[in-house]
Design a protein around this ligand. Structure first.
Ligand SMILES: Cc1ncc(COP(=O)(O)O)c(C=O)c1O
Length: 443
């Protein structure tokens, strides 16, 4: 079967999604409000989610192995979370004064995450990294930030640089140049940033040391999501911790994704602790969320009672009780052994994929850690953006569409995450479907 047949099958199987897409395009550019879930020829429009499965408007049911981009750690429509949300909505949805559920969510995060003494809430991971960077500048009285090539930290100017840069514009591996992710980003964003290669201790040390006087913060994901859930080498994070401490630079861990690998986050897993941590995704239990927290010295910058010079932080829906209660219910149900079981399931999935690629002699590999995984369409080991960019994007897209046809949803970059609801049987049939797909593609 050719890929053209698969595309035809996709169009035939999803006529209502196609119709909705045509309608949506008239009022929303691209037919939606989130570019990351757009794909050709059109995305599926989902109508229901339950446990490990999602249903689309054409009544196709698929096993969800992406879980709203790693957010839904318990799976869809968890009974306790749903009940908690309904209870809260009966009391009101948002108020012009603080409510108590957010205190409990703050408490649980401060208890579980060793480096977080105080925390503030926002409505997205984007706002979390924006505020963490602002805090670093206010705290150090310096301007520049350092980020890794190939890292995504949200949709604001300061970090929409060198996310998936065209390598012909991105300088050499040891002297990477900042490249705007798209037009519309302020020129000052490229002037205020330094780019380091992920997982390269020596180059990172050199660039940071040479510019230390100007650097306010180094922001890093302990597990790089954008390039396929690649864990950092411990030595890389150790180097960043050492060098930032030495030069009065704030170390920010973006744990928007990686917070799902243990109750204390990736920082607990690596046993390396930042000054500020950014959160999102799982901590809202499926509702819009973001948070940033760290040591008291930095976090007290936001305290309006302490100083006239506090850093402004507003937001009509910050800390709203519905998000708080959904997040709290989710986190409370995540015990230490829940993470262990979930991570084992992730190990099982990645091992099965590796075995399959070996057995079929296909030029594919898998990356990831804990419950996070990605399929890489390159035989080379992926450890940073430059090795990631060797992916065969055409093959990746074929696999993605064919998996949709076979009843599985992963991200359109072929990465994903398992939830508490996904079963071992689902993982087995996912791998079997992938085997058939690769065999149809000639492997
Ligand atoms: C590592 C990381 N940081 C920040 C963000 C931005 O979060 P949000 O989409 O909630 O703005 C994302 C989103 O995928 C992310 O993966």
């Amino acid at each position: 079967m050719t890929f053209e047949t698969d595309i035809k099958r996709y169009i035939n199987n999803n006529p209502k999604s196609k119709k909705l897409h045509d309608l949506a395009k008239k009022v929303m550019p691209g037919g939606d409000t989130r570019n990351s879930i757009y794909w050709n020829p059109f995305p599926i429009y989902l109508s229901e989610g339950n446990g490990s499965k999602v249903k689309d408007v054409d009544n196709n049911v698929r096993v969800d192995l992406v879980n709203n981009m790693t957010t839904l750690i318990l799976g869809h429509n968890n009974k306790n979370v749903r009940k908690a949300i309904i209870n809260q909505t009966e009391k009101g949805t948002s108020f012009p004064a603080p409510t108590s559920p957010i205190i409990e969510l703050a408490q649980i995060l401060c208890e579980r995450v060793k480096s977080v003494e105080k925390i503030r809430f926002v409505n997205s991971g984007t706002e979390a990294t924006l505020n963490a960077i602002r805090a670093s500048r206010a705290f150090t009285h310096k301007q520049k930030i350092v980020k890794c090539e190939g890292a995504y930290h949200g949709n604001h100017d300061a970090v929409q640089i060198s996310v998936t840069p065209d390598l012909s514009l991105a300088g050499s591996k040891n002297t990477p140049k900042p490249v705007k992710a798209f037009e519309g980003i302020a020129n000052s964003a490229t002037e205020d940033i330094l780019i380091i290669p992920f997982n390269n201790d020596e180059v990172a040390e050199k660039i940071i040391t040479e510019n230390a006087e100007e650097i306010a913060a180094v922001i890093v994901e302990p597990i790089n999501g954008q390039c396929g859930m690649i864990p950092a080498k411990k030595s890389f994070l150790e180097k960043l911790r050492y060098i930032t401490k030495k030069h009065n630079i704030v170390l920010i861990f973006d744990e928007v994704i990686s917070f799902r690998i243990s109750s204390g986050g990736a920082q607990e897993y690596f046993d390396i602790y930042p000054d500020i941590t950014c959160f999102g995704k799982i901590i809202g239990g499926g509702m819009p969320v973001g948070a940033f927290g760290g040591n008291k010295k930095i976090m007290n910058l936001w305290d309006p009672s302490k100083s006239k010079k506090y850093v402004q932080h507003a937001g009509t829906f910050n800390g709203n009780p519905i998000t708080a209660i959904a997040g709290l219910t989710t986190l409370k149900s995540l015990k230490k052994d829940t993470y262990e079981k979930l991570n084992k399931k992730g190990d099982y999935l990645r091992n099965k994929l590796s075995d399959l690629f070996l057995e079929m002699e296909a030029p594919l590999t898998t990356t990831g850690v804990g419950s996070l995984f990605a399929i890489q369409c390159t035989a080379d080991q992926v450890i940073d953006y430059r090795s990631y960019s060797k992916n065969d994007q055409v093959l990746l897209n074929k696999i993605f569409i064919s998996l949709l046809n076979s009843g599985f949803l992963i991200s359109n970059r072929c990465s994903g995450s398992v939830s508490v609801s996904n079963s071992y049987e689902e993982i087995d049939s996912f791998v079997l479907s992938l085997k058939k797909i690769l065999s149809n593609l000639g492997y």
